[in-house]
Ligand binder design. Structure first.
Ligand code: S3P
Length: 172
């Protein structure tokens, strides 16, 4: 099995920030599926959503997962919705060790709204976002490892990921 470390979790979980820090700490390359999609499509994510809709974006995510099969020892941050389709978690688990950054929905949302555009949050009520979060949890829960992030700094989260990886004898 390839030795990638794959981060999954809801928007605002800190996948990008922690992934970048983790990659530096482990001396590995860092890859983001959202960046792969933008590089390939040529448009920012919010434009893909606005002009072509969510289903087109999800198809581009499928292509990104295919392209990840070429990676072997990277740290990979996935978009929050990427694991939440039939067969996606199996595909990610085949790429290496999958880590779920699990957080409190209120904390995640506050962070997600502070940083960058998030088309999946636009026009959705708090109840709808909560429902989305609950619907996604069973997918994230299929990760090999779960790291609770509530109340932690990003550095502390990275430390927890490293410890969790060591405990599973992953190559770190
Ligand atoms: C999405 C999350 C985003 C991005 C896109 C859709 C989602 O990534 O892939 O806007 O469906 O949750 P982040 O999790 O990095 O915000």
């Amino acid at each position: 099995m390839p030795g990638n470390v794959i981060l999954v979790g809801f928007m605002g979980a800190g996948k990008s920030t922690c992934g970048r820090l983790l990659a530096r700490r482990l001396g590995r390359c860092f890859v983001e599926t959202d960046d792969m999609i933008v590089a390939r499509d040529g448009r920012p994510i919010h434009e893909i959503f606005r002009l072509d809709g969510e289903e087109t974006f999800r198809r581009l995510e499928t292509e990104a997962v295919e392209a990840l099969k070429l990676k072997s020892d990277d740290v990979i941050a996935t978009g929050g919705g990427l694991p939440c389709r039939e067969g996606r978690m199996e595909a990610l688990r085949a790429l290496g060790t999958v880590v779920w950054l699990r957080g409190d929905v209120g904390e995640l949302l506050a962070r997600a709204r502070r940083s960058g555009q998030r088309p999946m949050l636009d026009g959705r009520s708090a109840a709808e976002i909560d429902a989305l979060f609950r619907a996604r949890e069973p997918y994230y829960a299929q990760a090999h490892l779960t790291v609770d992030t509530a109340g932690l700094t990003m550095d502390q989260v990275v430390q927890r990921i490293v410890s969790a990886l060591r405990e599973t004898h992953a190559r770190v």
